[in-house]
Design a protein around this ligand. Structure first.
Ligand SMILES: *[C@@H]1O[C@H](CO)[C@@H](O)[C@H](O)[C@H]1NC(C)=O
Ligand SMILES: *[C@@H]1O[C@H](CO)[C@@H](O)[C@H](O)[C@H]1NC(C)=O
Ligand SMILES: *[C@@H]1O[C@H](CO)[C@@H](O)[C@H](O)[C@H]1NC(C)=O
Ligand SMILES: *[C@@H]1O[C@H](CO)[C@@H](O)[C@H](O)[C@H]1NC(C)=O
Length: 248
């Protein structure tokens, strides 16, 4: 019985909801508009665009898809968000509707120019990850559930850029992983250019690094998961896979 019910739930969750992504960014009171999926292709040359391009709000399903790095097509933007190490970057989402699964923020050093790097070749490190806050895997309070604004308003996601991080050009990658469809994880990544300022000289070592794609796999039980099994309906822990978070 549970199988029938939960399959139906998964189906409805999959069908009935529109998806989304990070649309804009803020640092303090300053707004940085991201790629407008309804706007024209000329945005890519705009002197204000900070975000890599993405063509629709649907998720990526394959853990090996090169688009997992910075979405599809992920063409590079020209502008950078200036931010001091130790301050918060906020990603602004339109109405977000999925409720189960982890959310992560990653950085990768670009060297001298984020426009010339291929994001699937970079070394990425986590600066934040948010998972199950309390309750069960199936119905508990995930950070992602708390992120949803049921009134249809914007969802805001703030994380601190590690204070000790050495200055430089970085790609920042916001990733939401939604796990409501049985054994069919949905990945929602968007990337933007950051110009980090500050006097820190820290940088994470190799144990913090991952390739994207590469970090996720259908061999990971936390990624290839059916949240509607009796075990998961009782389970109150969820360990986010991948390298540890680097906090500077
Ligand atoms: C990668 O994901 C995009 C977006 O969902 C899709 O259009 C494309 O076909 C996928 N590529 C592969 C190789 O699966
Ligand atoms: C993002 O910014 C654009 C352009 O400033 C604006 O039209 C849109 O309403 C913003 N969306 C959100 C969710 O903040
Ligand atoms: C800054 O981000 C941290 C999480 O890294 C959060 O705890 C804190 O509330 C944020 N501060 C503001 C002013 O948004
Ligand atoms: C789930 O928890 C209930 C209540 O504690 C228990 O009766 C049931 O056996 C558990 N099921 C599994 C699969 O652990």
């Amino acid at each position: 019985m549970w199988q029938l019910t939960t399959s139906l739930l998964g189906f409805l969750a999959h069908r009935a909801f529109a998806h989304g992504g990070a649309l804009n960014y803020t640092v303090g009171d300053t707004w940085y508009p991201g790629w407008d999926i309804n706007g024209g292709s000329d945005q890519i040359d705009a002197p204000w665009l900070v975000q890599r391009s993405w063509t629709d709000t649907n998720p990526i399903f394959e853990t090996t898809n090169a688009s997992l790095a910075c979405n599809t097509p992920g063409a590079p933007a020209k502008a950078y968000i200036p931010i001091r190490a130790g301050s918060n970057l906020t990603a602004v989402y339109g109405p977000w509707v999925h409720t189960v699964g982890p959310m992560l923020v990653w950085l990768a050093s670009c060297g001298s120019d984020c426009r010339t790097v291929e994001p699937d070749k970079l070394q990425w490190f986590k600066i934040a990850e948010e998972g199950l806050l309390y309750g069960t895997v199936t119905e508990g309070e995930w950070f992602q559930r708390a992120f949803v604004r049921w009134d249809g308003g914007m969802s805001l996601w703030s994380e601190r850029i590690p204070e000790g991080l050495r200055a430089g050009k970085y790609l920042v990658r916001h990733e939401i992983i939604s796990l409501h469809s049985e054994n069919k994880p949905q990945f929602y990544p968007e990337c933007a250019n950051l110009e980090v300022e500050g006097s820190g000289d820290s940088y994470p070592s190799g144990e913090y690094m991952a390739k994207i794609p590469g970090v996720w796999s259908m061999d990971q039980p936390e990624i290839n998961i059916n949240i509607y099994t009796p075990e998961n309906m009782n389970r109150t822990t969820y360990k986010i896979p991948g390298p540890p978070v680097w906090r500077g």
